[in-house]
Design a protein around this ligand. Sequence first.
Ligand code: EPZ
Length: 414
Amino acid sequence: MKKYLINGGNRLHGEISVQGSKNSAVAILIACIITDGEILLTNLPDISDVTNCLKILTYYGCDVQYQDKNTVRIKTGYQENRPLPEELAKTMRASSYLLGALLSRFGSCRLPESGGCNFGKRPIDFHINALKALGAYENTENDTLTAHNGLTAGNIFFPAKTVGGTVNAIIAAAKARGTTVIHNAAREPHIKDLASFLNSCGAEIFGAGSDTVIINGKRKLHGCKYKIDYDMIEAGTYMLAALASNGKICCKNTPVSEMQSFFSVLKKLGAVITAKNNSICVSGKNLRPIETVTAPYPGFPTDLQPQLCTLLGIVKGNSTVKETIFENRFLYAKELLKAGFVYDIDGRLMRITGIQRYRSAEFTATDLRGGAALAIAALNADGKSSLKNVEYIERGYSQFAKKLASVGADIREE
Ligand code: EPZ
């Protein structure tokens, strides 16, 4: 397992280019399976979740050619239906999107348990019920979903906001016969990005990004050229790292319109947010303690909760953060204890008492965003820290150590 060696204490200062969105890329890549023709995807993030999605496409018979590290040409010609190998399915949550894609393409799908960060059960009951609403039949004996005569449009009612469930429903409905209406759809930017990609392939999807999505199923979808949206979570991570180092980072290509709730939390903290050309710059001294809650988009994103809590750990005073999306997304806190983090957890509420500065420590990453949070602590700490299991971080952040070093961090991979 790879690790970073970090010598903390440097003020981060400079500009970072924001990558393409991981969560857009994985949904769009799996959606390629329901199209026929040639697809050129640009602004793909250079991360292992994308590499694994491309392996999945190749496994199902697509021809995948890298044009450069952020551009891929995909020919979705001959494909065959077969169960995804465990080791590939387990690499990420996005393998669950194959349910909708394979059902649409082949009329059946058997999937082992998909992967994803380990902060809670990560069930897919909402996904399966959505696909049943489109005519799929669940055979619990062999864990398959089938729709021998193809999928037919229907009404899908999600009992709670689910990003993955909404992605699966859109992919499955794009070629289902008739008009599908998805009620209580997730509104995340990557849902809009997925719909915009499929519409570029000839789909008819309306209302993506709102609570209600209407889809007129099409018989066939063609290829297209498409640029992936930018990653608001990556941008937010580096902005929080800047504040934790008492520095100033400008993020080029920040998807500003998608980050309003994040910026309102930064303003509550007392951070200074400025715009310079095509960059958003964040800095701040003497930050204020705050109370905040994670929520489905457009609320404060759960994927920035670990990074925010780590920053609040060195903000004088008492702060609270309530995690409303996942039942167990505070795993990183036990690791942060090694650096002097002062907190207590009451159910889904984390209470934090700010300390002056983190101590250097030997950290082990527990998941993707928790790993990034531990790196933020190590960058603030006085002295040399190490961070193991950085493969978690590299699932979703391209050139994480290199980008931080480019703005003054003393960090290297071992
Ligand atoms: C997506 O996960 C993201 N992953 C996560 O980002 C993100 O944290 C999450 O959405 C919330 O925004 C990708 O886009 C690949 P959900 P997903 O379905 O789809 C429960 C990252 O760091 N639920 O919106 O798994 C579920 O347990 C990753 O980039 C069911 O009960 O999230 C959770 O409590 C981490 N049954 C809540 O709903 C289901 O069938 C929201 O989950 C599905 C979900």
